[in-house]
Design a protein around this ligand. Structure first.
Ligand code: MTE
Length: 307
C-alpha cells in the first residue's frame, strides 16, 4: 500500500470467469485428474461450504485467480504477487486463537472449535482497497459477534484489537520494517459486533488459501481492505482505541476508522472511483462501499475528521 499505484494489475493477467469455471469442471472429470496434479494453485484444497446468506451481493464474483493471486499480505512481501508465491510457508497447523483483555471468560479456541461455533455461511462481499481496486469475493464464515459473545465482554470494553501471526522464519516480509509487526488492526466494539462483520474461514467454497489469511481472518466490508486482518492469533478487548499498524506507520494517511468514503481522499489516491479486478473501466465508489446499513454506527460523527 505504501509503494504501489492503483492501476498496477495488467489486464493481460485477467482470466475470464467462464474460463476459470471451465477449468474447474475439467479438473472434476476423470480426464482432468492427471492434469490437475500438474496445476499449481488450490484445486486440492479442502472444501468448506456455507449456506447462502441474505447479506450477499449478487454482483459478478471476481475470478479466483485474482482473489488468490493479487493480494496484500506484507508479511510475505509488498508486491501483489508475493503472497501467492511465498505464503505456502505459513504454518497453519496447529493454530489457536486467544481471546482476552476486558472479558469475563478469556478463552483459547482451536480451528475445529472455531469451525463448529456457528453455522457457516457464504457471504459474497465487495472488498475495496484504498489503492483504488476492488473485488467481489464469496467468503465462508459467520458473524464475528457469534465468537465475541463466547468470552462475555465486560461493560468497560469499548474496542477490539486483532493481532496477526508473526512467524519470522516463514515470513520473508517481517525482516522489512515497512510496518511494525505483528500486524494489528482494530474496531470499535459496535463495529466488531455488527452483523456484517465476518470471521472468515474460507472462500470460493474452500478453506482459506494462505495468501488470503489462513486459517482465520476478519472481513469488514464497509471499510478499506486493510482493516480486515489476516491470519489472526489474538483478539483483545480494550477500553482505549488500539494503535493499528497503518496508523502507526503513517497517521496522516491512514485513520483508525478507514470507512470507504468517496468524499475523503487519501493524500496519494483519489477515493472517488475504483477499478474492479477482471473488468475494464472504472465505477463510482459508494459511501461505506455501498453497505449503507452501517451508517447509524457513525451518526453525529464528522467522517472527514474521523477518517
Ligand atoms: N493482514 C495482515 N496480517 N497483513 C497485511 O499485510 N493487508 C491488508 C488486509 N489484511 C494485510 C492484512 C490489506 S492492505 C488488504 S487490501 C487486505 O488484507 C487484502 O486481502 P486479500 O489479499 O484477501 O484481498
Amino acid at each position: 500500500m505504501l509503494i504501489k499505484r492503483p492501476d498496477d494489475c495488467p489486464s493481460s493477467s485477467i482470466t475470464p470467469r467462464e474460463l476459470f469455471e471451465r477449468r474447474r469442471d475439467f479438473i472434476k472429470t476423470g480426464a482432468g485428474l492427471a492434469l490437475a496434479a500438474l496445476l499449481p494453485t488450490a484445486q486440492a484444497a479442502e472444501k468448506l461450504a456455507g449456506r447462502p446468506s441474505l447479506y450477499s451481493s449478487d454482483e459478478t464474483q471476481t475470478p479466483y485467480k485474482h482473489v488468490t493471486g493479487y493480494n496484500n499480505f506484507y508479511e510475505f512481501g509488498t508486491d501483489k504477487e508475493d503472497p501467492a508465491a511465498n505464503a505456502h510457508r505459513l504454518q497453519t497447523q496447529p493454530w489457536t486463537l486467544r481471546i482476552e483483555g476486558l472479558v469475563q471468560k478469556p478463552k483459547t479456541f482451536d480451528i475445529d472449535q472455531l469451525r463448529k461455533l456457528a453455522p457457516l455461511e457464504e457471504r459474497i462481499y465487495r472488498l475495496r482497497c484504498v489503492e483504488g481496486w476492488s473485488m467481489v469475493i464469496p467468503w465462508v464464515g459467520y458473524p464475528l459477534a457469534a465468537l465475541l459473545r463466547q468470552v462475555e465482554p465486560l461493560g468497560s470494553a469499548k474496542y477490539v484489537e486483532f493481532i496477526s501471526a508473526v512467524q519470522a522464519e516463514n515470513m520473508p516480509g517481517v525482516r522489512d520494517r515497512v510496518l511494525g509487526w505483528p500486524y494489528v488492526e482494530g474496531l470499535r466494539l459496535d463495529e466488531a459486533r455488527h452483523p456484517l462483520t465476518l470471521l472468515a474461514l474460507g472462500l470460493y467454497g474452500e478453506v482459506l488459501p494462505k495468501q488470503n489469511g489462513a486459517p482465520i481472518r476478519i472481513v469488514v466490508p464497509w471499510k478499506y481492505g486493510f482493516k480486515s486482518g489476516k491470519s489472526i492469533v489474538r483478539i483483545r478487548f480494550t477500553d482505549t482505541e488500539p494503535l493499528t499498524s497503518w496508523v502507526e506507520a503513517n497517521r496522516r494517511e491512514y485513520g483508525f476508522y478507514s470507512n470507504v468514503n468517496p468524499q475523503v481522499d487519501h493524500p496519494r489516491w483519489s477515493q472517488k472511483r475504483e477499478r474492479r479486478l477482471g473488468e475494464f473501466g472504472k465505477r463510482d465508489t459508494q459511501l461505506f462501499n455501498g453497505y449503507s446499513e452501517v451508517a447509524p454506527l457513525y451518526a453525529g460523527m464528522d467522517l472527514k475528521r474521523s477518517f
